[in-house]
Design a binder for this molecule. Sequence first.
Ligand code: UDP
Length: 407
Amino acid sequence: MAAKPLNIAMLSLHSSPMGSLGTRWNGGMSVVLTATARELARRGHRVDVFTHRGDSRLPEVVFLGPGVRLVHLSAGPPGPASPLALFDARQDLARALDAFRVRCGVHYHLVHSHYWVSGVVGLRIAIRWGVPHLITFHTLAAVKDATQAAPPEPALRRDQETALARRCQLLLAPTPVEAGHLVDLYGADPGRIALVPCGVDLQRFHPVGQALARRRLGLAPRGRRLLFVGRLDPMKGLERLLDALALLDPPTPDLAVVGGDGPASDARQRLASAIRDRGLHARVDLVGRIPPEKLRFHYSAADAVVVPSVYESFGLVLLEALACGTPVVATPVGAAPGLITSPEAGRVSGDTSAPSLALGIRAVLDAPSMPSPLAIRPLVRPLAWGRVTTALESAYRETLGNRTPRG
Ligand code: UDP
């Protein structure tokens, strides 16, 4: 007999899946959430994704696809709100969530929270409903702080993450490294951690051929080109990449930077001055945000994609680049050490420093021949969203099978 379809409440309070990818609060988490919600719905489950209504003009409910509703909760600050402001509004958010459930008469079988602040509200609501609570943290304050690449996170966040790591029925970790952090830094029970990697949309991200991609983007057919894709966040290590670029001997590559909140944003201004300070303005192209459906041209136009992050829970850009057949030079964080295991896939640098990155870049650019995109792409086939969602679905079923409510 086929298993009963589930009603799933997903929480993504501080970041709406409708937001623009590559901006301050919107990145990989929205991609993961939307892709898994849609896949789960394709298998007959019903998914409601709850987010904070950051704009009063948005309707309460938006369909993200058949069987997937995005519900805007009118509680907390009326405009865009930081995770801390949402934490302060946790009781109102939980009340609004419960009121929606009552109005719709839905019985949710489980709550799956994304990021710590959603976890705080998710745990409350799951206890009230008497259902399991699962969490994907996406990033961990303790690991982020250890990098010292940005001002420390508020102590409150780490305390809340610790409580969640000990009280949720299941913690979903995308890599064994994150599972280790949960156990070592947060005291989580290893028996309540499930490994569910992130995935990639293989239809959207595929090789288009470098010559065609460059023509399409109006770029010169020749010349070495590196690509960075992501939010302009200190964790992404962009300044170290600029330092690495400055260290490279001729023939020197150019660098395209895709992502960010627009030319007026603080992060973009800081980046522009870091580029000027290093005398790199002629070699760095600040492309700005590119919608995901156009990114394959940027990935295919590059000779190598660089992921210079000082911390990454997983790193979707790595998967997308490999799916487009472009080698990656990455720091040894997130999914990189597990995925870049052959010279065709690129290089993992020895550490996160600029000289190590420069060595990795040089090794890829100076390879006797460019690897064929068709040799690179198969590396990520096992991470198609369909397969990843099968792992997630099993984790849900198992948790529902061994329910011991934790109050
Ligand atoms: N992204 C995008 N357009 C941009 C910049 C980024 O669509 O201009 C997407 C990118 O393709 C990836 C996501 O944003 O899917 C970033 O995810 P990643 O895991 O690399 O980083 P995170 O934002 O989670 O730190």
